[in-house]
Design a protein around this ligand. Structure first.
Ligand SMILES: Cc1cc2nc3c(=O)[nH]c(=O)nc-3n(C[C@H](O)[C@H](O)[C@H](O)COP(=O)(O)OP(=O)(O)OC[C@H]3O[C@@H](n4cnc5c(N)ncnc54)[C@H](O)[C@@H]3O)c2cc1C
Length: 463
């Protein structure tokens, strides 16, 4: 059967929307605090939002890039490798070149989209791009929000969505080896009958993706395949390559497989509207009462806790859909900046309350969505992209929170990453020494700068 791109395009879009819903990961605790609203707030569901505007005026800038036309020879060689699993369709290129949940835009879109089906395709594809020095933009679920999957320099977007194989499930060792295209929810559906799950939620208990991926297999920019280690949980045999590569935002390698830790379903968990997981019922009840007392002492409202499986599912859904709930409070064309600063735990309350004060004083619609367990919290700042003063105010609030977090020895991003959106804060957070080291690593692994160029490392950093 011939492969149909229009079918693939619509299934990709459906998959992406599904992924967006699936990958909205719940965290430990959440509180939604709307600040005063000066703008009108008709309630419009996310599904009916029109396509995002192609450019945002004013202070919220469009990511610049230098576009070099890809040659016909290159396209022909890609076709020889990928046959029908690629497209030059303009609509598809625009779809992959925009972000669905973020205001960041790029001046260019990718020139080609490829959908590899095999490990072999991936490797040959990278060799080809390196030969012609064509930028590669890796594309997974496309839920990142700081510009990670934009293609400011054009090039090829490699959509991994057809690579979802489970290579091995090792129940006795509690690990699983999966291709990069599999989604978190899909993986958990697969694991459910075994009484197992791939965690991340809640992060304070299980750790982030970095802690849950033991090792990985990846293709370097020159086409060489590397494995960062074994399935053993611990190893003192190497540099910690896995953790260097996870979270490198596609700037160092193209990941093929991940060796992930999995867990048994907890014996008992209790979900609070301030959410948490505990091992025993008695401990859970005790903690819940303590939290309830604290909430009421501080004039908290709507404290909810549930034990029933269905009710827990419902409560998680509220958290998962928080971003769309925020969008629904504003007119259709409004955009959101979703912040994710993270500070040492002892400074969290102070950081949230300083941020909240600033947000409350702002004319913009702002919400705080907190994770109480790991020092990370989100705010959603809603603004009208067509009004310059609103763009500036949204940017100002974002700057304020980031600088507040940095002054508390925190980070500009606990989860969402850097890409193009947070690049400007890295020098202050990390210093030039760390950035130069990152640049050195990048230039050794990717001397032609083809791996997701223009992301993560500020362009002015020299080796
Ligand atoms: C509503 C909402 C809620 C969110 N909640 C959370 C949250 O709770 N916690 C959290 O951590 N994040 C959260 N995020 C951010 C985002 O979902 C995560 O960063 C997520 O890990 C991105 O995964 P993805 O598969 O969608 O990757 P993508 O967006 O497709 O890509 C992310 C980065 O990985 C690179 N990449 C993709 N595939 C490969 C590959 N095969 N090899 C190398 N690089 C590759 C891309 O180039 C890009 O730089 C949220 C986002 C939204 C919109």
């Amino acid at each position: 059967m011939r492969f149909s791109f229009s079918r693939l395009a619509s299934s990709c879009k459906a998959r992406l929307h599904q992924t967006l819903r699936d990958r909205t990961r719940p965290e430990i605790a959440f509180v939604l605090w709307p600040a005063p609203l000066s703008s009108p707030s008709p309630s419009t569901p996310f599904a009916s939002r029109p396509p995002l505007p192609s450019a945002i005026p004013g202070s919220i800038s469009v990511v610049k890039g230098i576009h070099r036309k890809v040659s016909n020879e290159f396209i022909q060689e890609l076709k020889d490798i990928l046959q029908d699993n690629m497209t030059l369709d303009y609509e598809e290129r625009c779809f992959h070149g925009k972000l669905l949940n973020s205001y960041h835009r790029a001046v260019n879109v990718p020139d080609v989209i490829v959908f590899p089906r095999s490990q072999d395709d991936v490797q040959k594809f990278v060799i080809e791009c390196n030969k012609y020095t064509v930028p590669i933009v890796p594309y997974g679920g496309a839920t990142s929000i700081e510009g990670q999957t934009l293609a400011p320099h054009g090039g090829v977007c490699i959509d991994m969505s057809l690579m979802k194989k489970i290579k091995s499930l090792n129940v006795d060792d509690l690990d699983i080896v999966v291709e990069r295209g599999i989604g978190w929810i899909e993986l958990n559906e697969y694991l459910k009958p075994y009484g197992l799950f791939f965690p991340l939620d809640p992060v304070f208990r299980y750790g982030t993706m970095r802690e849950n991926v033991i090792n990985l297999q990846a293709v370097l920019a020159n086409g060489e395949v590397v494995k960062t280690g074994s399935r053993a949980r611990k190893s003192a045999a190497e540099y910690d390559l896995a953790h260097l590569l996870i979270g490198s935002e596609g700037t160092l390698v193209l990941r093929k497989f991940s060796y992930c830790m999995i867990q048994g379903q907890p014996d008992f968990d209790l979900v609070l509207a301030l959410n948490a997981f505990w091992d025993t019922e008695a401990y859970a009840q005790e903690q819940m009462l303590i939290v309830q007392k604290i909430v009421s002492e501080h004039n908290g409202s709507d404290f909810v806790y549930v034990e029933d499986a269905e009710a827990k599912e419902e409560l998680w859904k509220i958290r998962k859909r928080a971003l769309w709930a925020c969008y629904a409070m504003a007119p259709n064309n409004y955009e959101a900046i979703t912040t994710d600063v993270c500070v040492p735990l002892s400074r969290l309350a102070e950081c949230i309350s300083k941020s909240k004060q600033e947000l409350d004083a702002s004319p913009l619609l702002c919400m705080v969505i907190a994770h109480a367990g790991d020092g990370n919290f989100h705010t959603v700042i809603i603004f009208d992209p067509d009004q310059e003063e609103q763009c500036q105010e949204a940017e100002r609030l974002n700057h304020f929170m980031i600088h507040t977090a940095l002054s508390m020895e925190g980070t500009c991003t606990g989860e969402h990453g850097v890409a193009t959106g947070k690049m400007k804060y890295l020098e202050k957070e990390l210093g030039t020494g760390a950035l130069r080291t990152m640049k050195r690593i990048k230039s050794v692994l990717d001397p032609n700068d083809i791996m997701n160029p223009g992301k993560l490392i500020p362009p002015h950093i020299c080796i």
